[in-house]
Design a binder for this molecule. Structure first.
Ligand SMILES: Cc1cc2nc3c(=O)[nH]c(=O)nc-3n(C[C@H](O)[C@H](O)[C@H](O)COP(=O)(O)OP(=O)(O)OC[C@H]3O[C@@H](n4cnc5c(N)ncnc54)[C@H](O)[C@@H]3O)c2cc1C
Length: 480
C-alpha cells in the first residue's frame, strides 16, 4: 500500500471536484483528485449535454409536426433513429473531449484512480492501493440514479438515464417511471422522435414545480401531448424476451399489464455519501445521511471536511456544482480561515416543451417559511401575443412579491422560452429589485417578455392592496 500526504484531497472529478481542485491549487496548496469512474463529468457524459442533444433532435421533429398549423406542409417525415443517436453520441464525445483535455492537464501525481473512503477524519483509502493523509478533504462524489425495488434485478430492459446515451438506435417503446425533470425531458424527446412513451408517476408532481396552479397547468399542457399517468403504483415487472412486462395500478385500483422495450427508472438521484466511510469522519449527518454543512462555505460543521455538488443534494444542477466546488476548494485551501463564497439566486430549468423554470424563492419555500402572505401575480400564455404568433401559446407564469417592501421574491412557470424568462427574473431577484423597479425596465413589442410584464403588473396591483388581515386570503394551500 502506498502512503501519501497532501494538503487537500478531493473525492470525485466531476464539475464540483475539478472546480475544487483548481481553487485549492490556487491557494498554493498540494492537492489530489480521486476518481473511481470514467473521467468526463456526469454533465458532459450522461447529463446536461447528451440530454439536450436528444431534445434538439426532438425539437426539429416537432417543428415539422407544427408546420401545417402555419399553412406549411413538409413532405413525409422520416426519423432515422440511428442518425439521431449517432449525432447525440458524437457531439457528446466532443463535449467530453474538452473535459478530458482539462483532466490531462492535471499533473499525473495529483490524480489517483479508485474508490475513496474515509478510514478516519483525516485518512482516506483508495481501493487497496493507496492510503492518503489529508489536511482537508472535499467530498464531491455526485449522485446515482435510484431504481425502485420492484424494478431491481428484472433484466436488460430496465434502464437508467445513463443507458439512453449509449443507444445506437431509437427503441420502439419506453415506460418512464417518474415525472421529474430527467424523466420528462428524456421521455418527451423520445415521444417526439416517434417512440411510444408512457409516464408513470407515484404522485402528481411535474418536474421541480411546487406552485399548485402552475403545476395544474403543466400537467394539463404536457398531458395534452404525452401519455402522463399520475397516482400510479408499480405492481410487478418481468423481462420477457426483448420486452419488459410492466404491471401497474392506478388510484382507483385498476390494474394494467403493458409491454415496453425499455422501462426507464427516473425516480430521482441519491447523493453518493453512503459508501465513502462517512461514519469514520465523526461528522453530524442529516436524516438522509448527508453531512450537515454550511451552504455559504460548504464546510461540514467546523471540521476540515467540505461537501460540494450533487453530493450535498442542495441544488443538484451544474452551475451550482461549479460554484460549490470553487467555494469548497477555496475554503479547503485556506482552512481554518474559511469564508462565505458567492451563492447565486436559485434557478432551475427543465428543457421540456413548454420549458419549466423556477427561480428565487419557490412557492413551497415561501409557504414553508411561515410567510404565507406573499402576494402573487400571474399570466396565462394562452392569449399572449408573441406566443400565439409562434403557435407556442401554452403555459402559466406566477410571480411572487413581498408585502411592505414590494421586493420581487421568485417565480414558477411553464412557458415558451422559459429558459430566457427564468434568467431575466432570476437576475432581478438577485439584484433585489422591487416589482415597481422591474416595471420601469424596457419591454419591446411583440415579445414573450410582455407576458412577464402582465404578471408583474398583476403582482403590483396585489401588493398595492396590502397583506390580508389574519389568515384570510393566505396563498398557501394545504399540503404544499
Ligand atoms: C440526464 C441528466 C440531465 C441533466 N441536465 C442538466 C441540465 O440541463 N442542466 C444542469 O444544470 N444540470 C443538469 N443535470 C445535473 C448535472 O449533471 C449535475 O448536477 C452535475 O453534473 C453534478 O456534478 P458533480 O460534480 O456534483 O457530480 P459528478 O459530475 O457526478 O461527479 C462525481 C464524481 O465522483 C466520482 N465518485 C463518486 N464516489 C467516488 C468515490 N468514493 N471515490 C472516487 N470517486 C468517486 C464519480 O465517479 C463521479 O465521476 C443533469 C443530470 C442528468 C443525469
Amino acid at each position: 500500500m502506498n502512503t501519501i500526504t497532501v494538503d487537500v484531497a478531493i473525492i470525485g472529478t466531476g464539475t464540483a471536484g475539478l472546480a475544487a481542485y483548481r481553487a485549492a491549487r490556487a491557494q498554493g496548496k498540494t492537492a489530489v483528485v480521486i476518481e473511481s469512474g470514467p473521467y468526463g463529468t456526469t454533465c458532459a457524459r450522461v447529463g446536461c449535454m447528451p440530454s439536450k442533444l436528444l431534445i434538439a433532435a426532438a425539437e426539429a421533429a416537432h417543428m415539422l409536426a407544427l408546420a401545417p398549423g402555419f399553412g406549411v406542409h413538409p413532405g413525409p417525415v422520416r426519423i432515422d433513429g440511428k442518425a439521431v443517436m449517432a449525432r447525440v453520441r458524437s457531439e457528446r464525445d466532443r463535449f467530453v473531449g474538452f473535459v478530458l483535455e482539462g483532466v490531462d492537464n492535471i499533473p499525473a501525481e495529483d490524480k489517483l484512480r479508485g474508490h475513496a473512503r474515509f478510514t478516519s477524519p483525516h485518512s482516506l483509502q483508495v481501493d487497496e492501493h493507496t492510503a492518503i493523509e489529508a489536511g482537508r478533504v472535499v467530498i464531491a462524489t455526485g449522485s446515482t440514479p435510484m431504481i425502485p425495488p420492484k424494478l431491481r434485478d428484472v433484466g436488460k430492459g430496465v434502464i437508467i438515464s445513463d443507458d439512453v446515451f449509449e443507444w445506437t438506435d431509437l427503441p420502439a417503446s419506453v415506460a418512464v417511471i417518474g415525472t421529474g425533470v430527467i424523466g420528462l425531458e428524456l421521455g418527451q424527446a423520445l415521444s417526439r422522435l416517434g417512440v411510444r412513451v408512457s409516464f408513470f408517476a407515484r404522485g402528481g408532481s411535474v418536474a421541480q414545480l411546487s406552485d399548485p396552479e402552475v403545476l395544474h397547468v403543466a400537467a394539463h399542457t404536457l398531458g395534452a401531448e404525452i401519455d402522463l399517468r399520475f397516482q400510479q403504483t408499480i405492481v410487478a415487472a418481468r423481462q420477457d424476451g426483448d420486452e419488459v412486462e410492466l404491471t401497474t395500478h392506478n388510484a382507483a385500483g385498476v390494474q394494467k399489464v403493458e409491454r415496453f422495450q425499455y422501462v426507464l427508472s427516473a425516480i430521482g438521484r441519491k447523493p453518493n455519501v453512503d459508501k465513502i466511510g462517512i461514519e469514520h469522519t465523526g461528522l453530524a449527518l442529516d436524516r438522509h445521511g448527508i453531512p450537515v454543512y454550511d451552504s455559504s462555505t460548504m464546510q461540514c460543521g467546523t471540521s476540515h471536511i467540505f461537501i460540494a455538488g450533487d453530493a450535498n443534494n442542495e441544488r443538484p444542477v451544474l452551475p451550482e456544482a461549479a460554484d460549490h466546488g470553487k467555494i469548497a476548494g477555496d475554503n479547503a485551501g485556506r482552512y481554518p480561515d474559511v469564508r462565505p463564497g458567492l451563492r447565486r439566486t436559485a434557478l432551475a430549468i427543465a428543457f421540456t416543451e413548454p420549458q419549466i423554470a423556477t427561480l428565487g424563492e419557490t412557492y413551497r419555500e415561501l409557504c414553508a417559511e411561515g410567510r404565507p402572505k406573499f402576494a402573487v401575480g400571474k399570466v396565462s400564455f394562452t392569449n399572449q401575443g408573441r406566443s400565439r404568433v409562434m403557435l407556442q401559446n401554452h403555459g402559466m407564469l406566477r410571480v411572487y412579491g413581498e408585502y411592505g417592501t414590494g421586493r420581487f421574491l421568485g417565480a414558477e412557470m411553464i412557458a415558451p422560452r422559459a429558459e430566457n424568462l427564468g434568467h431575466l427574473l432570476s437576475w432581478a431577484a438577485q439584484a433585489r429589485l422591487t416589482v415597481a423597479q422591474m416595471l420601469d425596465m424596457p419591454f419591446y413589442h411583440p415579445v414573450i417578455e410582455e407576458g412577464v410584464r402582465t404578471a408583474l403588473r398583476d403582482l403590483a396591483a396585489e401588493l398595492e392592496k396590502g397583506a390580508p388581515a389574519g389568515d384570510d386570503g393566505a396563498e398557501c394551500l394545504p399540503g404544499v
